[in-house]
Design a protein around this ligand. Structure first.
Ligand code: GLN
Ligand code: ZN
Length: 758
């Protein structure tokens, strides 16, 4: 069979999803991997857990009626890391580790004397992938054992398995070049490996293979477009291979769609929930003999699909490109497993939702409409419609008083920065180079145990409150003893910086088991923002004022900003995000005003997710930055000019958003800088930033305690770029993941260094 394979109608499938979650409905994989790390279970047991989870999720997907099931989206840690293994691209520093599993985890999380790979956000999601490194010594070599094993395992179970692998363009686009290597230059070396992989999949019995190329939805230059076309021309040229599906998601491929259509790939998956339109598809006659996999069920939110609205879209596709397959817009990695695990959700709210399992059911209903006509599923369409109608009419979606206040409020006016600085100098009387921290102190096992006990009902809310107050008193005493200038309460009462607020605001609902993988074994439970956001009572004032009552030094109030609250929640899709942001901003604004009235002189509004929500396409970025900045200013402009506003951003690569950071107009901004050697300061100055800045003087991500002289050097370095009058001294980020001894030693050195430089 040496000729080109093309899609015959019998090869076609109609119902699929682009990927399955892997962490386990009860986070079984997390527990197993962590037990393996702790030496409590061995590799064989870890393997058994992984296999059991795969078998369960594949068989569930097939029994739910998918006629092509993605296989290989399971991972012990991360799919980019798995791809690096597949291509022989692990960094040389782990090469000497003989055991493959130890080597894999060393690349993921480091080992004795070995730095892990960097981690960063997967496109504009809150999933983090490991960044492969491509250096002069990288010698690509195919190691397909893992993907082949998962394929065989699925085929043995009788699953209609479709192996999924990250494609070469995306792999290289997301990799980091080291020692002068440009990863894109290495593309020609990867093509033969991917061809060989296709042949191996064909030999093992796959009829379809999916290559994920989300990198194609970003802005591509002419060279990149040409590379996309060449790559898939070569991968689809005649030789023994299965049908090849190229999957794009998180946006529209735009011109890259034309490039793919011009090749002999057999199918293209398109995200019809974020930009790609049926007419765009219809304009490309070359798509007519390919399988279009229509991502009409949104894989990134938790709302029930308006099935009756999707049917005409699928009909229109059918008229232009033939029978489409129905799919989720992206992998189900980004949503919780199933509503079945949510017994306490309000039943009305629940009827509006679809998690992973329910999305698979939606795909199946739409596929039946494609196969047999809409009449065949009339009852299901009507049911979905009535749920959507009930949502639309629900009074919780529209709060008149919040909307009226937002129409009135004058968001954004404070005195010019210089004037504020003078007023604040008087009001705060801080020394030069003031020392502070980012907010959280170690979340000890005692604190977590108290929270669990409260949930379990074994301590009363009053007892819980007493424990938190004791912790706050401890943390304040520690800061007094260390001689810090601006204190914090330490955030012991917060399970999570978003969930804590979501639990207290109307318009949000929390889930019990709605876990979504964030990275490796770390999962989050994003709150569901379904209605108008209303703050019914102060959320933080009691804790912060208690801390302030224990000291004469100023205590900084600590809040999460509107953009970050949105980024880490499932947001409503029935109004522009910018409108939702204003509602959240108003709630935070009310909190800042209450803190001020209670005597708090400094308030920090954290926006670590400002960069994460930045749209992938340049053309959309300005609009986003405008509303994001406006929301922050709305949240922070209700206070007096002598009240100092701080913000914290968790990263140092500002590139595209540097202008927006200045536009936030916070009196003081703290950023990560320890690892990037203060380069950020010159960039900020060049962008005209003239407010207070606290470049992190040491890296909190590592347990290492920085020496006094090291911190002094960092400060002197910073003073070359920023006048001392505007400089603050603080760590890179919050201290919640460190232990008390490390924190005490590091902060002691930080205070000593600040004093000696003063
Ligand atoms: N104030 C928060 C803390 O210190 C900020 C966390 C963050 O930057 N992600 O934990
Ligand atoms: Zn941070």
């Amino acid at each position: 069979m040496e000729n080109t394979v093309t899609v015959t109608s019998t090869d076609r499938f109609t119902a699929t999803v682009l990927g399955l979650p892997r962490i386990g409905p009860r986070r079984e994989l997390k527990r197993a991997v962590e037990s393996y790390w702790a030496g409590r279970i061995d590799a064989a047991e870890l393997d058994r857990v992984g296999r059991r989870l795969r078998v369960e999720s594949l068989t569930a997907a097939q029994s739910a009626g998918l006629d092509s099931v993605p296989v290989g989206t399971f991972s012990l840690y991360d799919q980019m890391l798995d791809t690096a293994v597949l291509l022989g691209a692990l960094p040389p520093r782990v090469a000497d580790i003989a055991d493959p599993l130890d080597r894999y985890f060393a690349a993921a999380r480091g080992a004795e004397g070995i730095e892990p790979l960097e981690m960063t956000k997967w496109f504009d999601t809150n999933y983090h992938y490991l960044v492969p490194e491509i250096g002069p010594d990288t010698r690509f070599a195919l190691d397909p054992a893992g993907p082949l094993r998962q394929l065989r395992e699925a085929l043995d179970l009788g699953i209609a398995a479709r192996p999924v692998v990250i494609g070469p363009l995306t792999f290289l686009a997301l990799a980091k070049g080291v020692d002068g290597v440009n990863p894109a230059d290495r593309l020609p070396e990867l093509i033969p490996l991917y061809r060989e992989l296709l042949t191996r999949f064909a030999e093992a019995g796959a009829t379809w293979v999916q290559f994920d190329e989300p990198a194609l939805v970003r802005d591509l230059d002419a060279t990149e477009l040409a590379a996309a076309r060449t790559t898939y021309t070569e991968l689809s040229a005649a030789y023994r291979r299965p049908n090849l599906l190229v999957a794009t998601y998180f946006g529209t491929p735009g011109p890259a769609l034309g490039a793919l259509a011009a090749t002999a790939v057999d199918g293209i998956a398109l995200d019809l929930c974020s930009g790609t339109t049926v007419s765009e598809i219809a304009e490309l006659p070359a798509l007519a003999d390919k399988l279009v996999v229509a991502g009409v069920v949104d894989g990134r939110n938790i709302w029930r699909t308006d099935l009756a609205a999707a049917v005409p879209e699928l009909d229109a596709l059918r008229k232009t490109v033939g029978r489409p397959a129905v799919s989720t817009s992206c992998s189900l990695l980004h949503v919780p497993y199933s509503l079945a695990a949510e017994p306490d959700l309000d039943p009305v709210l629940r009827s509006w939702l679809a998690f992973g399992a329910e999305k698979i059911a939606e795909v199946r209903i739409l596929a039946r409409a494609v196969e047999s006509g809409a009449e065949a599923v009339a009852a299901e369409l009507a049911q979905a419609r009535s749920a959507i109608e009930s949502r639309r009419r629900d009074p919780r979606l529209h709060n008149r008083s919040v909307r009226a206040r937002l129409a009135e409020v004058d968001g954004g006016h404070r005195a010019p920065a210089q004037r504020r600085r003078e007023l604040q100098r008087e009001h705060l009387r801080l020394p030069l180079l003031p020392t502070t921290t980012i907010g959280s102190y170690p979340q000890t096992s005692d604190i977590r145990a108290a929270r669990a006990a409260l949930r379990a009902g074994s301590i009363t809310p009053t007892q819980y409150r007493e424990r938190m107050r004791a912790e706050i008193a401890d943390v304040v005493a520690l800061q007094e003893e260390l001689g810090l200038d601006v204190l914090v309460h330490g955030e012991p009462e917060r399970n999570d910086m978003v969930q804590y607020f979501a639990e207290q605001l109307d318009g949000f609902a929390a889930t019990r088991n709605g876990w979504v993988q964030s990275y490796g074994t770390r999962c989050v439970r994003p709150p569901i923002l379904y209605g108008d956001v209303v703050r019914t009572a102060p959320m933080t004032v009691e804790w912060i004022t208690y801390a302030q009552s224990l000291t004469d030094k100023p205590v900084k109030g600590m809040l999460t900003g509107p953009v970050t609250i949105l980024a880490w929640s499932f947001v409503r899709d029935d109004q522009p995000l910018a409108d939702t942001a204003r509602q959240v901003a108003l709630a935070i604004r009310d909190e800042t005003v209450d803190l001020e009235a209670a005597g708090i002189r400094i308030v920090q509004v954290d926006e670590p997710a400002l960069r994460e929500l930045l749209p992938l396409r340049r053309a959309d970025q300005q609009g986003y930055l405008e509303w994001a900045v406006a929301a922050f200013r709305l949240a922070t402009s209700g206070v007096r000019d002598d009240t100092q506003i701080h913000t914290h951003l968790c990263y140092s690569e500002f590139g595209d958003i540097i202008g927006a950071i200045a536009a936030l107009d916070a009196d003081v901004t703290s950023v990560e800088a320890a690892r990037s050697h203060m380069e950020i300061l010159d960039d900020l100055t060049a962008a005209g930033y003239a407010l207070g800045i606290g470049p992190g003087v040491y890296d909190i991500h590592s347990p290492r305690v920085p020496s006094v002289s090291e911190i002094e050097n960092a400060l002197r370095e910073a003073m070359k770029a920023v006048p001392a009058e505007r400089l603050w001294v603080n760590p890179d980020c919050g201290l919640k993941t460190r232990d008390r001894a490390e924190v005490t030693a590091a902060l002691r050195n930080m205070v000593t260094a600040a004093r000696s430089v003063r």
